[in-house]
Design a protein around this ligand. Sequence first.
Ligand code: C2E
Ligand code: MG
Ligand code: MG
Ligand code: MG
Length: 280
Amino acid sequence: KSLGGNTFAFFDPVMESVALSHARLEVDLRQAIQSGQLELYYQPQVSGGSGRIVGAEALLRWQHPQRGLVPPGDFVPHAERTGLILPLGQWVLEQACVQLAAWAQQPAMKDLVLAVNVSAQQFKATDFAEQVLATLARTGAQAKLLKLELTESIFAGNIDEIVGMMNKLKGQGVGFSLDDFGTGYSSLAYLSRLPLDQLKIDRSFVANIESDNNNVAICAATIGLAHSLKLKVVAEGVENEAKRYFLSTVHRCDLLQGYLFGRPLPIGGFEDLLRSWTPA
Ligand code: C2E
Ligand code: MG
Ligand code: MG
Ligand code: MG
């Protein structure tokens, strides 16, 4: 229509190839779940006070047979649009709980907390709490070592149902962290209603705290806000000593995550890092 009433347009070849690649992605992703192409990487989370590794965030990777290692930003949004995020998310949860149960057998790893990213769609499924509890029971993982990372997109849903679901899980010991805090539709009113344990400062606010006074203010205020609400606070994207010093030594940020301590690693690499770790 935009070309005028009488024009007949053939498929735009660029559009078509995008559509094709999406269809392809969907087929490939279904395959990936079934044929073991998915893998969790583990990025250390360090205590600001002690410098010890106290946990990790599980981050999804796709080992694609042709395309190599695909980062989640290239397929998680698509999985969310197509509903594939439900089986994908369940796979992640299962895998994370299997890992927690394995760590429970090793004295040096038995207290590690594992943070798992959960999409709003997963969280909206009416049986989400039951699924999580069933997965914990099946794998033998301890609920108190599982931390679910939610994003502010859950606020678009029914807040009473969300609070109910969270309380059901919290009653069993599962923890909650609000990921990418301040980048979405956060409402301070929700912050006090949700039974959260943790706020996670987004990497974009940490990125240039050495030079950007506004981000300095946002990070300092977020840490203060979290502590006033009796929540712990985690900073992501801690890439150098200056950021660590500012966030942890000056502002008492509880936990730190970033390339300064370690990149996301396959399980073997993460466990090696843990064994060789000496708190700075
Ligand atoms: P996120 O949950 O905010 O995860 C943090 C991202 O920041 C990760 O990217 C991590 O590799 C990256 N990062 C951590 N420290 C640094 C640093 O010091 N510098 C820089 N430049 N980057 C750092 P990744 O692994 O590519 O994941 C991107 C996003 O994909 C995640 O953001 C999360 O929203 C999503 N995602 C990852 N795994 C899953 C999953 O299992 N389920 C769901 N629903 N989403 C996932
Ligand atoms: Mg996260
Ligand atoms: Mg994050
Ligand atoms: Mg982020």
